[in-house]
Every structure is written in structure tokens, then in C-alpha cells.
Design a binder for this molecule. Structure first.
Ligand code: ADP
Ligand code: MG
Length: 305
């Protein structure tokens, strides 16, 4: 057989690696041809799960980067004192940086603290600094303590020159006043679920809290989107989790699964999202596909979910 035969599609598709490469190529081409519609009004998501380490921050920054790449204007609000979303978006968040703390506590306008990510002028970030760790307690004694983020976002939308298409609020792994501010500010909740043992544990508590906020503070709030993260197709367990979550939430779970990927986990150490760091890697393609699904599905109408 001559060496040139190795490049023929039939031969190529016969090894697992070549099949994987062919699959990535097919997905990359499909994405490059995809045109996403802009929403009629800004869609505001809270990315929440009271468990830590399930992929909230990773999902926030990568969906935001994918949508910005597709031409949307996207605002990420980092509401976790860890500031991991700010890090991944490459924006400054040292202690003296104007941040979401100033928005929540000192009523600073978002426009005064927002920074563009070096990754794209369409990708904006309200950073979190270490000061946010104290905000949970400081908020308790403030007026309209649950509505402060919502008010700031409403004011920002009125002032901003270029309209925002998507807002993603990255929450800490707790159900305190910061997360409540996020639930009050958003209309949609996106829950990342890690494909691991105990994936659904604690989820009913989260859903009860969302219902409670819905009843008392924000009747518009719906859990519109569930994304399965850190999926490893080689394990039965991951596949069982996928089945179980799809059974429980048939309308909310996205088709796209986010694979466990080294590229995804190393991107933040370069101050980048995986979309910026390695656009055509499997992890980036998955987040871009998930972003496409979210944009194409549109905001659910009230009562649909
Ligand atoms: P959370 O915000 O829910 O605490 P993170 O998004 O910070 O979770 O993710 C927790 C850890 O897992 C981080 O180190 C992150 O880089 C890593 N991680 C997240 N998603 C993936 C993935 N799909 N593949 C590999 N590592 C991931
Ligand atoms: Mg996080």
C-alpha cells in the first residue's frame, strides 16, 4: 500500500484516532457555518449549583466566550469571591480593582467597573475581588438587599451604548445573599451537573430554593438549561448519570455534553477560556455547540418549564 492511501477517508475512518479527528473536523465545519440569532431582549442567566467544583465557572466563561465569538455582546458578572471567572477572562481583579463589590455595596454603576476581556471586545466582565467575601455579611443590613444586582443591571442596560445580548452570573457554591441577588437579577437558571456519583444529590434543595425565590422575589425565574459537564464516555457511571438527568429534566438538558478535557482545565492558567486558548479542541467545540443550542432554543416562554 502506498503512503498516500493512508489519507483516503475509508482508511482514515478505520482507526479510533482517525475517527475522532474526522468527527472533530465535521463538528468544526458545522460550527463555522452556524449563524446564531440575537435574542429580542437580553437573556440573563444565573449559573448555579450549591456544590463546588461541578463546572459553574468553567461553564460561565466558556459559554460567554463562545457566544461572543458568534457575534453576541456578552456580560459576565463574577459573583464568587474566589474570582475564578475574572481570572479565566484575563481581567484584572487585584484587591484595589473596582469590582462587583462596589456595585453591590456602594451602588457603583456597572459601567464604572466593567472590563473587556482581552479575548474579545464583545466579552465584558464585572470582576470579583477578595472584598466580595465580606459582602455576604455587609449586605444583610442594607436596604433592598436582595435586589441590588438586579437594580444595577437594569440601570446598566439603560445606559449602555451597545446593547447586551447575554448576561451570565457566576455564583459561589452556597445559597447566601450573593446567590439570592443573582436569582433575583436573572430570568433563567443554568445548572451545570457533573457526570459523577451523587450528581443529583442536593439538587432538590437547589430547586426548592429557586422556587422560593420565584414565589417571593422574582416570579419570572425559570430553570431553563441544564448542562452535563466533565463527561467521560468510557465510564458506565457517566452514561448512567446522563440518562438519569435526561429522564428527570427532558426539556432543560442540552444535547451537548462537555467532556472531561485537559485543555479545558489548563486554559485558566493562561488567563483564557478554552475557546480562546484552543478553539478547535474537543472541549471548545462542545462549549460552542452548547452555546449554539442555547441561542437557537431561545428564552423559554413563561409556563413552558
Ligand atoms: P465550580 O465553579 O463549580 O466550582 P469550576 O468550573 O471551577 O467549578 O471547575 C472545577 C475544576 O474542574 C476546575 O479546576 C476546572 O478547571 C476543572 N474542570 C471544569 N470543567 C472541566 C472539564 N470539562 N474537564 C476537565 N476539567 C474541568
Ligand atoms: Mg466557581
Amino acid at each position: 500500500m502506498s503512503p498516500s492511501d493512508t489519507s483516503s477517508p475509508d482508511y482514515g475512518a478505520s482507526t479510533p484516532l482517525a475517527r475522532e479527528i474526522a468527527d472533530l473536523t465535521r463538528r468544526r465545519i458545522a460550527l463555522s457555518e452556524q449563524v446564531l440569532p440575537k435574542p429580542d431582549r437580553p437573556r440573563i442567566f444565573t449559573v448555579a449549583n450549591q456544590k463546588g467544583g461541578v463546572g459553574k465557572t468553567t461553564t460561565t466563561v466558556n459559554l460567554a466566550a463562545a457566544l461572543a465569538r458568534a457575534g453576541m455582546r456578552v456580560l459576565v458578572i463574577d459573583l464568587d469571591p474566589q474570582g475564578n471567572a475574572s481570572t479565566a477572562l484575563g481581567v484584572d481583579h487585584r484587591a484595589d480593582t473596582p469590582s462587583v463589590y462596589d456595585v453591590l455595596i456602594n451602588e457603583a454603576p456597572i459601567d464604572d467597573v466593567v472590563q473587556p476581556s482581552p479575548e474579545s471586545p464583545n466579552l465584558l466582565c464585572v470582576p470579583a475581588t477578595i472584598h466580595l467575601a465580606g459582602a455576604e455579611i455587609e449586605l444583610v443590613s442594607l436596604v433592598a438587599r436582595e435586589q441590588r444586582l438586579r437594580g444595577a443591571i437594569t440601570d446598566y442596560f439603560e445606559e449602555v451604548d451597545q446593547p447586551i445580548d447575554f448576561v451570565f452570573i457566576d455564583c459561589p457554591p452556597s445559597l447566601g445573599l450573593l446567590t439570592i441577588n443573582a436569582f433575583v437579577a436573572a430570568r433563567e437558571v443554568l445548572i451545570p451537573i457533573q457526570c459523577e456519583y451523587y450528581a443529583l444529590e442536593g439538587l432538590s434543595q437547589l430547586l426548592d430554593n429557586i422556587k422560593l425565590v420565584g414565589r417571593h422575589l422574582n416570579p419570572e425565574l425559570v430553570v431553563s438549561t441544564i448542562l452535563l459537564t466533565m463527561y467521560d464516555s468510557r465510564t458506565n457511571l457517566a452514561n448512567q448519570v446522563v440518562e438519569e438527568v435526561r429522564e428527570h429534566f427532558p426539556d432543560q438538558v442540552l444535547e451537548s455534553l462537555i467532556p472531561r478535557s485537559v485543555r479545558i482545565s489548563e486554559a485558566p492558567s493562561y488567563g483564557q477560556t478554552v475557546v480562546g486558548y484552543d478553539l478547535n479542541s474537543a472541549g471548545s467545540l462542545s462549549y460552542r455547540e452548547a452555546a449554539g443550542e442555547i441561542a437557537l432554543r431561545g428564552e423559554p416562554r413563561r409556563g413552558e418549564n
